[in-house]
Ligand binder design. Structure first.
Ligand code: NDP
Length: 295
């Protein structure tokens, strides 16, 4: 069977990389971007340029959208609603759950199938074995286009609720961004003692690599099962012990005069768990306080 035609709307780094991966896999690719010159290199590589969003959508059954946010999708597609019926839209842009749900309802109201997607790797890794993505929404549409989507990144389907892929993506970015913030804060803290980043980073990478085993010595599945059962055994790393450490990091950050936004936030999680009577439990007890923030 020949590779299915695909339309890609939005040619930032991600849209360009996914278009390239599809072209390399032999898919006929139609592209459209608000700023037309961003399509030039793809057209040279064999993509077809649509002159309007309407033409782009009308050309194929499957349209992928890679945009800054969901507002951009509406800006582009609101004038094309009469041609959406029977087609599939896959929005690979990040936004809030509310914007994602509204878009799914909007697509359904025009007879289009809708999938929310979150690509979990940066542009240069799309189309490689390390690329993966989360999708949720219309399961039939996912099954129909799974092979095409797999050319971009290994697809994982999370269910019908459009929020699920969006929040799975954002939860991953949460880990990514807070990890980067931890590196940044720690580099500044070490720097206050004259430890350069060149000295510090190779050392701290040892800790970073050991974290999976530290947080889940008996495996990540067992840890997940305990968290879901709201069991937080405290041996080894109680809230009280971890909270004291968080106090020290925050105090040190304050004393040396660096920004304390991050250390204060971390300290806040432990203080809350202690105030709630969870001091003897394990560090995962802080999830309860995060789930139910005080007004
Ligand atoms: P960019 O922000 O570079 O590109 C955004 C695209 O959106 C451009 O094509 C831009 O058009 C278009 N756009 C924005 N606003 C409008 C509008 N109002 N009307 C029409 N077009 C609009 O994005 P990336 O390629 O970096 O990322 C795309 C999505 O992928 C984002 O949601 C991002 O969160 C997500 N993502 C990005 C990753 C990355 O490493 N970059 C990794 C994983 C996910 P124009 O060219 O005319 O400005």
């Amino acid at each position: 069977t020949s590779a299915a035609p695909v339309t890609v709307i939005g040619l930032g780094p991600m849209g360009q990389a996914m278009s390239r991966a599809l072209l390399e896999a032999g898919h006929p690719v139609t592209v459209w971007n608000r700023t037309p010159r961003r399509a030039d290199a793809l057209v040279e590589a064999g993509a077809r340029r649509a002159d309007s969003p309407r033409e782009a959508v009308e050309t194929t059954d499957l349209t992928l959208l890679s945009l800054t946010d969901y507002r951009a999708m509406h800006d582009i597609l609101d004038g094309t609603t009469s041609v959406l019926a029977g087609r599939t839209l896959v929005n690979l842009s990040s936004d809030t759950p509310a914007a994602t749900r509204d878009a799914a309802a909007w697509a359904a109201s025009h007879g289009a199938s809708f999938l929310t997607g979150g690509l979990m790797v940066p542009a240069p890794m799309l189309g490689t074995e390390r690329a993966y993505a989360f999708y949720s929404g219309d399961e039939e549409a996912f099954a129909a286009h799974r092979a095409t989507l797999a050319r971009i990144a290994a697809p994982r389907f999370l269910g019908a609720d459009p929020d699920r892929a969006q929040l799975m993506y954002q939860a991953h970015l949460d880990v990514f961004l807070t990890t980067l913030a931890g590196f940044a804060h720690a580099t500044a803290l070490a720097g206050s003692a004259g430890i350069t980043a060149q000295e510090f980073l190779p050392e701290v990478m040892q800790l970073f690599r050991a974290i999976p085993e530290m947080i889940a010595p008996d495996g990540i599945e067992a840890l997940g099962a305990r968290i879901d059962a709201e069991e937080h055994p405290g041996e080894g790393s109680s809230v009280t012990m971890m909270g004291a450490t968080a106090d020290h990091v925050h105090a040190a950050s304050t004393v040396v005069g660096i920004d304390t936004t991050l250390s204060g936030a971390v300290q806040g999680h432990y203080r809350r768990a202690i105030a709630d009577g969870g001091g003897a439990e394990g560090w995962t007890r802080i999830i309860s306080g995060i789930r139910a923030p005080r007004p």
